[in-house]
Ligand binder design. Structure first.
Ligand code: ADP
Length: 381
């Protein structure tokens, strides 16, 4: 094993690293994002219970760059937890390889594995805090378990991290006195105690309300930028992916069905599973419109209701004059436009006059990646 590769710029092996002082300046330079940090190669995972076998992961191949925030999304049972747990070998793979900093995680002996796990931070959906211990004691445990005895160093590190996660003054509080968001901030501080370069997030915001989710995701992004961390998160919520991830892989029945930059996956979802995961982000048709919508024009004055999709292919904005190409008698019924990684994307719902039951010949939509006639309405006189 080439342990020098584990921590760049250092000749220390995994074992020596367990004894390295962990207090010190909290801001570290951001590493190059394009350098592979985690490589998942041909990974299969089969659970066997008696005669029943479940293939939880099938032929997974992913490379996660240093400094990236990488999302793994999928429906329940898709294999997300199994995959994230193989990265620090909480689960063994059945076949294939996991490389973290070029170290084959599967080849580590128990002692080195313990050290590796200490250097990979992990946060959980239900925070996993000890309720009989204060915030300070919860955080100190991580360092004590790693063999750090220097009380001043522990105190310094805890002070630094509580400031980083916005919990100054909460060191002596018990978790039961904290909100869900504050508990997760403690969870994040605990995960960072031993200065990991890799942070795994297991449905970290699934137990939180939308506003708190937003603040925790902002904190994770901020921490990635300040500490140069690589973050791998699993979630079943596309809103989490769109808010902080650089790239995403979609898991379905144990397989990666698509992966790539978030804006691309959002704008051109290829797989049914991806489209299903995106569905909650889409606005429904207004009820009043739905009630009037007919499959065919019933009147010469019927108007076509058309959904126009913006795929975000490099556009940073939507010049309104492009809408003029739809014709001057176009009415905007609904718009649902957002930015994902700086790309404008979304959908517009418009109504247009029909000519002999068809869209006008002049109808052209160069800026939209897709147009779909949903039905027809007859305006009241
Ligand atoms: P997700 O996190 O996407 O919900 P999981 O990784 O938990 O998916 O599960 C993937 C599949 O593996 C599911 O069919 C699940 O029932 C099965 N599975 C997960 N853990 C075990 C286990 N310890 N023993 C047997 N089957 C398991």
């Amino acid at each position: 094993m080439n342990s020098a590769l584990y921590f760049e710029g250092s000749s220390e092996g995994l074992t020596e690293l367990a004894n390295q002082p962990v207090a010190g300046p909290i801001t570290e330079p951001r590493s190059e994002p394009d350098h592979a940090h985690v490589v998942i190669r041909d990974v299969h995972k089969t659970y066997s219970t008696g005669t029943v076998k479940v293939e939880a992961l099938k032929n997974i191949n992913l490379t996660i760059g240093r400094g990236e925030i990488f999302g793994i999304i999928g429906r329940s049972g898709a294999g997300k937890s199994s995959l994230i747990r193989t990265l620090n070998r909480l689960e063994d793979v059945t076949s294939g390889q996991i490389l973290v900093n070029n170290i084959d995680v599967g080849s580590l002996r128990e002692r080195d594995l313990v050290t590796l796990r200490r250097r990979i931070g992990m946060i959980f959906q239900h925070f996993n805090l000890l309720h009989s211990k204060t915030v300070f004691e919860n955080l100190a445990l991580a360092m004590k378990a790693a063999g750090v005895r220097d009380k001043a160093a522990i105190r310094q590190r805890i002070d630094e991290l509580l400031a980083l996660v916005g919990l100054e003054g909460k060191a002596q509080v018990y978790p039961s006195r904290l909100s869900g968001g504050q508990k997760q901030r403690v969870g994040i501080a605990r995960a960072l105690m031993l200065k990991p370069k890799l942070l795994l997030c297991d449905e970290a915001t699934s137990a939180l309300d939308p506003e708190t989710t937003h603040s925790i995701l902002s904190l994770l992004k901020d921490i990635r930028d300040k500490l140069g961390l690589t973050i791998i998160l699993i979630t079943h919520e596309m809103s989490v992916i769109s808010e902080i991830c650089d790239r995403v892989a979609v898991l379905e029945q144990g397989e990666v069905v698509e992966s790539g930059p978030v804006w691309k996956i959002f704008s051109q979802p290829q797989h049914e599973a991806t489209r299903a995961l995106l569905a909650p982000l889409r606005k429904d048709l207004p009820d009043a419109l739905l009630a009037d919508l007919k499959p065919k024009p019933v009147h010469t004055g019927s108007r076509a209701v058309v959904r126009l999709t913006l795929a975000g292919s490099g556009q940073k904005e939507l010049p309104l004059h492009l809408l003029a190409s739809l014709g001057t008698d176009t009415k905007l019924l609904q718009s649902d436009i957002e930015y994902v990684q700086g790309h404008v994307m979304g959908r517009l719902l418009v109504s247009l006059p029909t000519e002999d039951g068809k869209l006008p010949e002049s109808f052209s939509t160069p800026v939209f990646s897709d147009t779909e006639v949903l039905g027809y309405v007859t305006p009241s006189a």
